[in-house]
Ligand binder design. Structure first.
Ligand SMILES: [Mn+2]
Length: 327
């Protein structure tokens, strides 16, 4: 196991926007009702609603002011994934723990096929059976660049076979530790996969000086608290907006990853993301400190736009015990 700590991030949004005049793609971590913190992050990246796509990994419930958060999000929500705007998936807090807004109309996974890599945006992680099934489904639709999936409820309920994609208790697992549910490195590289998820805040992994429970080759942005794991070819971007305190650690913030920067990095590195290549890359991660949100503060927007949206998605069923079925 090796861990690389990137102490300072060199971020320059003007430079990044000049490099990508057609717009940018970001994935934002768990927001937990913290709409002022999200607004600050969105302002930091100078979000352009006419050009940019921003994907959210879920967990809008449980914390802050969820109604106002979704009202703020509604200003930019876009159900059509091909158009610019905010695109949402559900987290475990939209399914369990008495969510104020269960958002049953939203997908659990969005997969974005870009030129260099394919980005699997999920709430908590990935498992091999679901990964392989999605890849087979995408092969049947080679011209479609964005795919969205929802899980049939019994597949992600307690003891459901695909539960770890939306929920995990103690962080993620490597192929070499006790989980053994992630796709192998070879399978991930063969599919040019990059998995981006939230769910498990940094403090879950902080055990003294040992950051070793998330993948075997880790890159860790110290202030932003974003993990990149080389062997899992994945990012965990839950930077603890919820304010969990575990292992004596209390950093609270919100982070996002820029997919266009990952594309550029991977294109110079044989269609792979590695710790070494990312260590030298500026603008991969933007983040902001937590800003407390006032309650019942008026925000312009129409929450119904999110609650009654009908984004396109397929449903994943358990199938025959080996292979899930997508319909
Ligand atoms: Mn979660």
């Amino acid at each position: 196991m090796s861990t690389t700590i990137l102490h300072e991030m060199n971020t320059d949004i003007d430079f990044l926007r000049a490099q990508h005049p057609d717009g940018l793609h970001f994935v934002v971590g768990d927001t937990h009702g913290e709409w002022t913190t999200l607004k600050k992050l969105i302002e930091l990246i100078r979000f352009d609603p006419d050009k940019d796509h921003v994907y959210f990994v879920g967990d809008y419930n449980a914390g802050g002011d969820v109604r106002t958060l979704l009202t703020y999000i509604s200003n930019y929500y876009q159900a059509d994934y091909t158009l610019p705007g905010f695109h949402l998936i559900r987290g475990n807090h939209e399914r369990e723990l008495w969510p104020v807004f269960p958002l049953e109309n939203l997908p659990d996974i969005i997969v974005l096929r870009k030129e260099i890599l394919t980005y699997y945006i999920t709430h908590a992680g990935m498992i091999t059976r679901v990964f392989n099934t999605i890849n087979r489904d995408m092969k049947e639709n080679p011209n479609k660049t964005i795919h969205a999936y929802r899980f049939e409820d019994s597949t992600v309920c307690d003891r459901g076979p695909f539960r770890r994609v939306i929920w995990s208790r103690s962080g993620q697992f490597t192929q070499r530790t006790n989980g053994k549910v992630w796709p192998t490195e070879e399978n991930l590289h063969r599919n040019h996969a990059c998995i981006i998820h939230g769910h498990a805040p940094f403090c879950f992994f902080l055990k003294g000086e040992d950051y070793g429970t998330y993948g075997d080759h880790n890159l860790f942005w110290e202030k932003q608290h974003v993990f990149f794991s080389e062997d899992l070819q994945s990012f965990n971007i839950d930077s603890n907006a919820k304010g969990r305190i575990e292992n004596g650690h209390s950093y609270r913030g919100l982070a996002c990853v820029c997919l266009d920067v990952l594309e550029d990095t991977a294109s110079k590195n044989g269609r792979r993301l590695t710790v070494d290549s990312l260590y030298e890359t500026p603008n991969a991660v933007f983040s902001t400190e937590f800003v407390p949100c006032p309650w019942d503060a008026y925000t312009e927007g129409n929450i119904q736009k999110v609650l009654s949206a009908t984004p396109q998605m397929k449903t994943i069923f358990e199938g025959d015990g080996r292979r899930p079925i997508i319909q």
